[in-house]
Design a protein around this ligand. Structure first.
Ligand SMILES: [Zn+2]
Length: 489
């Protein structure tokens, strides 16, 4: 049974409900506009940050510079802070929200987690020590979230534990390894779950059929076994910590190099259910890339999404959760006709996540201020510091120096050479992809000087503040209206 919804102002568990989910990287600055939009459209929505990257426990946020990677908790906003601030401001604004612990990633390092966003998928397997450390870290993060008494949803991501080699094994080897790794009784039961072709009802009177052959089932069993097992451990830990308090559970498999196949969704959710576990939201990789409009075939996107939606609904009663929902600019949604395709495929029953775009919007507005103004100078400092840091990374061959970054830096250099006005262009790709690092740059005393300066500047300049709140609200309304989220309770 999905949890029941409490529609009072403040934090609750929304259960299975269509809604927007928004990352509040600098809650002090983003909440007024976001909550204003929720209020205006009578939307119960989510406020979140990703545990694998954006936020971290207080202990990590307060640690001396250099103790943790710059990418960990890179917003400088702790779990406790965004949860309590989000709930308090929502209550004051008379808005019902859910506070989500997003993207609990089980992975070797937070740098690897960040590399994945830039399209780099290391295929090195996590070592047992790394796994143990990652699980310990995630438990510490869950503890802090639970202690606030506010968390209503957890999203896990154990896609780093997929055994991708299983896709490349010969048929014989799949049969042999499956027989070795699964006890006869469990193997028999597993294969029995996929004996027949399955047909699922989809929105608009359509239907979706999926067949999984015994060999395909064995291959996927090898591929997903570890991920399923560890995911279940994380679920059970959350459940134990929350006791009788209701919460939603979201499984995300989206940060993979390839799109998720409908067969994989059927297999993963069927096995999850066979363990007796609930899934309220499911996030397959539907071909979206972070910080980019969707440029692929729209008919294919709609078809793919319809398949995943129908399967998730029927197997687990879950809604799809669309990740990487931001587009190329704060004004482009996810590109022309993309929202419409998602709406048609899901009948509008969907959860949609965006995060980084609010910070991009802030930087764009600062970049547009007059050259000698305080806000513009702050923007220039941030731009130069980010450029310096990523250049040093490339020079030293640091973990952020991926091919994509080098490509983006070369492109920026070419653009500036051709047109000097492109200097410090807030839409330069290297900057859009790495500007988040500025929030976690720290001085000798550990002060996050850019984050502090941004909060101080925006709060101190009434005219800019009003303009920014209005733009944050408008951005949020574009998502709410584009995805038909109004009056969702
Ligand atoms: Zn995701």
């Amino acid at each position: 049974m999905p949890p029941k919804i409490q529609a009072a102002p403040g934090a609750t568990c929304l259960g299975v409900l269509k809604h927007p989910a928004i990352g509040i990287r600098i809650p002090e600055l983003f909440l007024p506009g976001i909550l204003g939009a929720y209020k205006q459209r009578n939307v119960a929505g989510e406020l979140m940050l990703s545990f694998g990257r954006e936020t971290a426990p207080e202990k990590v946020i307060r640690a001396k510079p250099g103790v943790w990677e710059i990418t960990r908790g890179h917003t400088g906003t702790s779990i406790k802070k965004y949860m309590t601030l989000g709930a308090r401001e929502a209550q004051k604004a008379g808005v019902t929200v859910e506070i989500e612990a997003d993207h609990l990633i089980v992975i070797g390092s937070s740098t690897a987690a960040v590399q994945r966003i830039a399209g780099y998928h290391a295929e090195a397997r996590i070592s047992p020590e790394e796994l143990k450390k990652s699980l310990e870290y995630n438990r510490m993060a869950v503890d802090e979230a639970v202690a606030t008494g506010l968390v209503g949803c957890f999203t896990t991501d154990t896609s780093d534990l997929f055994w991708l080699e299983a896709d490349r094994l010969s048929d014989d080897r799949v049969r042999r390894l499956f027989a070795e790794r699964f006890k006869p009784e469990a193997a028999k039961k597993l294969l029995r779950r996929y004996r027949t072709k399955r047909t699922f009802r989809a929105p608009g009177g359509k239907s979706v059929s999926v067949t999984i052959s015994p060999l395909q089932a064995m291959r996927m069993a090898l591929k997903f076994h570890h991920s399923l097992k560890i995911n279940a451990q994380v679920y059970r830990y959350c459940k134990k910590k929350l006791g009788r308090k209701p919460f939603s559970f979201e499984i995300s498999l989206d940060e993979t190099a390839d799109t998720t196949s409908p067969r994989e969704t059927l297999f993963y959710l069927t096995e999850w259910k066979a363990m007796g576990l609930p899934c309220h939201y499911f996030a397959p990789n539907i071909g979206f890339e972070k910080r980019a409009d969707y440029k692929g075939d729209m008919t294919e996107l709609e078809k793919r999404t319809r398949q995943h939606h129908a399967i998730a609904q029927s197997v687990s009663g879950a809604l799809l959760s669309i990740h990487s929902g931001s587009g190329t600019t704060p004004y482009s949604g996810k590109g022309k006709n993309t929202y419409e395709a998602i709406l048609a495929a899901t009948g509008g029953q969907v959860k949609y996540k965006i995060s980084g775009v609010y910070y991009e919007l802030l930087l764009e507005l600062l970049a547009a201020l007059p050259p000698r103004s305080e806000g513009r100078k702050l923007y220039n400092h941030i731009f130069d510091a980010v450029l310096k840091l990523v250049k040093a990374e490339v020079r030293q061959g640091g973990p952020l120096a991926q091919p994509l970054l080098i490509q983006q830096l070369n492109k920026y250099a070419r653009q500036v050479a051709r047109n000097p006005k492109k200097k410090r262009d807030s839409r330069a790709d290297f900057f859009r992809f790495n500007s988040y690092l500025a929030l976690n740059m720290r001085d000798g005393k550990g002060k996050r000087y850019f984050r502090d300066a941004l909060v101080q500047y925006v709060k101190g300049d009434k005219v800019f503040r009003a303009q920014f709140d209005e733009q944050v609200k408008a951005l949020t309304l574009r998502l709410i209206d584009g995805m038909h989220f109004a009056d969702n309770l």
